[in-house]
Design a protein around this ligand. Structure first.
Ligand code: ATP
Length: 373
């Protein structure tokens, strides 16, 4: 079973987190819809208290179904789900110590912002004075101080989503579930809200489990990401681990883009590419037919790095911070993000014969396999 460390850099000793309690535990969770669809196919994961955890993957990979099972909106066909030490399978949503923020804010339009946020506390018959203090405190946290007497329709989409967030946080649930909460916002607001959400999570310290298909959003906010594909977790790790050391071809191309060059492991640390070129790379115990991956920004046109391929420039597109150069080599096309650090710098043009090179520690190996569509 995979266990993750909230906010911990790659390689931190596991002993250091032994005392962090687990808020969510999934054990071999399977969800089938009828005979045809297996939406979630044997997911096991532990999410420690205080994590900002993202379930990331393409449409249909099972991430929303996983979240809905934690929230109690679906029940697993097989497996167990624990919130803390409580087995919650079979419990309705309102008996689980979680709250959910959906893409649609579902605020009560006729009620003030204060009353929208206070609603859950009032239902729990909390003392009125305590409610007031708590609501004002949480509105301040989401940056809506002074707006408590307004109605939802007087607020922008981003502000309404912050009311929904305040309403979900005011009960201090063990876990907050976020189902594509920023999906309805325009790009600029979404980026602002990503940073806001990250700040709010750090301030309240509640475990957030966030579903998104947007890799940049997951990387901006989450300390741990589970990349899902076809109902399974392909890889779990920090954004840096997933980006720098993807373990499958799918992950290598779902988070950013990667050049994947087919070859065969020749010895520990060396791979013979299919055109005969031998390259150095950490082979991580792999053997046989694999692909060597390297990110476009880690490949240099020319350069003196040990791994070298010769080729001809096929395309060259200026994209501002970099020029995207595609070099056709005997082992396939290699994309290079050539940094435009000097204005007027020399950029290769289509038809030029060039070499490309990269450092041994810039590459990784993955099994030959499925890449995202
Ligand atoms: P999206 O981002 O599009 O919501 P997702 O990764 O969240 O995708 P799920 O919504 O979890 O994926 O769906 C996983 C699979 O289960 C899909 O094939 C979907 O069609 C199917 N599915 C989900 N809910 C149901 C349902 N109630 N009945 C039948 N099939 C369902």
């Amino acid at each position: 079973m995979a266990t993750v460390e909230p906010g911990a850099p790659a390689g931190s000793p596991h002993s250091a987190i032994a005392s962090i309690p687990i808020d969510v535990r999934l054990e071999n969770v399977v969800k089938r819809f009828g005979d045809e669809v297996t939406a979630v196919d044997g997911v096991s994961v532990e999410i420690p208290h205080g994590s900002f955890f993202a379930l990331l993957g393409p449409s249909g990979c099972g991430k929303t179904t996983t979240l809905r099972m934690i929230g109690g909106f679906e029940e697993p066909t097989e497996g167990s789900i624990y919130l803390g030490d409580t087995d919650v399978v079979g419990l309705p949503p309102y008996k689980r110590d979680v709250n959910t923020v959906f893409q649609s804010y579902a605020l009560f339009p006729h009620m003030t912002i204060f009353d929208n946020v206070a609603f859950g506390l009032e239902r729990r018959k909390i003392d009125k004075r305590d409610i007031k203090g708590r609501v004002l405190e949480i509105l301040e946290l989401v940056d809506l101080k002074g707006r408590e007497n307004g109605k939802p329709k007087q607020l922008s989409g981003g502000q309404q989503q912050r009311v929904a967030l305040a309403r979900a946080l005011v009960n201090t649930p063990r876990v907050l579930l976020l189902d594509e909460p920023l999906g309805a916002l325009d790009l600029k607001l979404r980026k602002q809200m990503q940073l806001e959400l990250k700040r709010i999570q750090a301030e309240v310290g509640i475990t957030f489990v966030h579903v998104t298909h947007d890799q940049e959003e997951a990387m901006t906010m989450a300390d741990t990401i589970a990349v899902m594909n076809r109902g399974k977790i392909e890889q779990l790790g920090s954004p840096t681990e997933l980006y720098e050391r993807p373990e499958t071809a799918f992950v290598a191309n779902f988070l950013g883009t990667s050049n994947l060059l087919d070859g065969t492991v020749e010895s520990r640390g060396t791979v013979r590419l299919d055109d005969g070129t031998v390259v150095s790379v950490d082979t991580q115990g792999a053997s046989g037919a694999i692909s060597v991956g390297v990110r476009p920004e880690k490949v240099t046109i020319g350069g003196e790095h040990p791994n070298v391929l010769a080729g001809r420039v096929k395309e060259s597109a200026y994209i501002g911070v970099a020029t995207h150069v595609v070099v056709s080599t005997a082992v396939g096309d290699v994309s290079v993000f050539h940094q435009n650090t000097e204005s007027g710098g020399l950029v290769p043009a289509p038809g030029d014969n060039v070499t490309v090179s990269w450092r041994a520690d810039s590459g990784f190996v993955v099994n030959r396999g499925e890449t995202p569509e």
